[in-house]
Design a protein around this ligand. Structure first.
Ligand SMILES: *[C@@H]1O[C@H](CO)[C@@H](O)[C@H](O)[C@H]1NC(C)=O
Ligand SMILES: *[C@@H]1O[C@H](CO)[C@@H](O)[C@H](O)[C@H]1NC(C)=O
Ligand SMILES: *[C@@H]1O[C@H](CO)[C@@H](O)[C@H](O)[C@H]1NC(C)=O
Ligand SMILES: *[C@@H]1O[C@H](CO)[C@@H](O)[C@H](O)[C@H]1NC(C)=O
Ligand SMILES: *[C@@H]1O[C@H](CO)[C@@H](O)[C@H](O)[C@H]1NC(C)=O
Length: 402
């Protein structure tokens, strides 16, 4: 891909012309939704993924059975849905962060300021490659910890495995999902075959970092030929360009659109779809409320059904933070390879919400063109002669094959 063919013109429009879905976190079920839980020390494998030991309204429906906490939780989830009006759904999402990638290792190695200001814009350092980073050996182990924990939770708790699976298109997320759910001990206890849908909307926030540029659709198909890639997924990455990055507002809009596909695949019909395209002709695509030639209704997510109550999404630290904002969950930063369950109530609101159309949702950020002064705690403190710049990074002007 030639970066020079991209202009900096880009725009985003998110229009909710028909319906709006109000997502809320139902609290009181998991330690992670309790403000007194400290995310920096919490270990998801310490007790039932964080599921609290408690009684539920639905317990009285099966008094004579000796069910585990997870079995009773699943009965409660079914009960909540059975009691809910037709325009309300409850689902349990397992949000998994990928295991450690080479970009995470490099950030630790160089320190965050130097990583953000310089090293992250390179594709690697000669020893490690971090453009669309692969898992490190430690990252593979973290995915295996998740796999083993799922297996143990089934053995001890008869946990209900996900009914449907989604993954970010980044290599580290695809491989983490694969390592967590495809291995032999699990195949006989899955609730549904492990055939994930790869969804653009669950990728990491698009920053200037080369680890946020995804590989092609063909590459992903070659890696996992059995998996589903959502319709409309472009061959090339049309979002990353290395000069401007997505704002968190933009990221939240696309996280919301992706959740809409997950929750209401039959009814949403792309009315919430977010249209973020970089234009190579200088004309913003799909902007300002006008008809957009490239805009077509998003297809339903394959495999998504209202009866799918437990959903696995393998994504990223920043993307999971964005999903948590959309669903009104307290901030809960995950370490690499960690998993957080969230119980969500989704309500379709019929009144149209005002159309939001906005531009400049991607912004440039400053960086140094040489390794910066690494003692800086924040911001880019470049070497004496060099000031931070916000134009194209010189090292990216030639394509590095990988
Ligand atoms: C969304 O739902 C919550 C909880 O049910 C409610 O407090 C809030 O007002 C709703 N928001 C909208 C926009 O309807
Ligand atoms: C219920 O299940 C627990 C855990 O499996 C077991 O320890 C206990 O003995 C069982 N109680 C009855 C009454 O079956
Ligand atoms: C490159 O970065 C990795 C961390 O990802 C580090 O272990 C390695 O030593 C670095 N190589 C060089 C040549 O600095
Ligand atoms: C997917 O996981 C299986 C089982 O661990 C492994 O054998 C295979 O190599 C993985 N595939 C990729 C492309 O990583
Ligand atoms: C979505 O599309 C289907 C088939 O194209 C149609 O039957 C349905 O009414 C549409 N739903 C909405 C909410 O527009």
């Amino acid at each position: 891909m030639k970066l020079s063919t991209f202009t900096t013109s880009l725009a985003l429009s998110a229009s909710a012309s028909a319906k709006f879905i109000n997502y809320t976190t139902v609290t009181g079920y998991f330690a992670q939704d309790d403000p007194s839980t400290d995310p920096s020390t919490f270990d998801y494998t310490s007790h039932n993924f964080g599921l609290l030991d408690r009684t539920y309204e639905s317990d009285t429906l099966h008094p004579s059975k000796n069910l585990t906490q997870w079995q009773r939780f699943h009965a409660q989830l079914q009960y909540l849905n059975a009691q809910a009006p037709a325009h309300v759904q409850y689902k349990l999402l397992f949000l998994g962060r990928h295991g450690e990638g080479w970009h995470n290792a490099a950030e630790d190695y160089y320190g965050t300021p130097a990583w953000n200001c310089y090293w992250s814009l390179l594709t690697g350092n000669g020893t490690a490659t971090w453009k669309d980073a692969d898992l490190t050996p430690a990252g593979i182990e973290q995915a295996e910890v998740a796999r083993d924990y799922w297996a143990a939770q089934y053995k001890e708790q008869r946990i209900h495995f996900p009914d449907v699976y989604y993954s970010s298109p980044m290599t580290r997320a695809l491989k983490t999902a694969n390592l967590t759910f495809t291995t032999q001990p699990l195949s006989s206890i899955l609730a549904a075959p492990f055939i994930p849908t790869v969804k653009e909307g669950f990728r990491e926030g698009v920053s200037l970092h080369t680890c946020d540029e995804r590989r092609t659709k063909s590459y992903i198909q070659g890696l996992f030929p059995e998996w589903i890639i959502e319709e409309g997924f472009t061959e090339e990455d049309e979002l990353w360009e290395g000069i401007k990055g997505e704002t968190s507002e933009t990221q939240d809009l696309r996280s919301r659109a992706a959740l809409d596909d997950v929750f209401f695949p039959e009814t949403v019909n792309g009315s919430f779809s977010i249209n973020v395209k970089r234009s190579s002709t200088g004309r913003p695509a799909g902007v300002c409320g006008g008809p957009s030639p490239s805009h077509s209704p998003a297809p339903p997510a394959q495999g998504g059904k209202a009866s799918d109550l437990v959903i696995s999404i393998t994504a990223h630290s920043g993307e999971i933070s964005s999903i948590l904002r959309v669903i009104g969950h307290q901030a809960f930063k995950l370490s690499t390879g960690a998993v957080i369950p969230v119980l969500i109530r989704a309500e379709e609101i019929s009144e149209p919400q005002p159309t939001t159309t906005t531009t400049a949702l991607f912004t440039p950020s400053a960086y140094c063109t040489a390794p910066p002064v690494t003692s800086a705690a924040s911001g880019c403190v470049c070497q004496s002669s060099a000031a931070p710049v916000t134009t194209g990074f010189p090292a990216l002007s030639t394509e590095t094959p990988y």
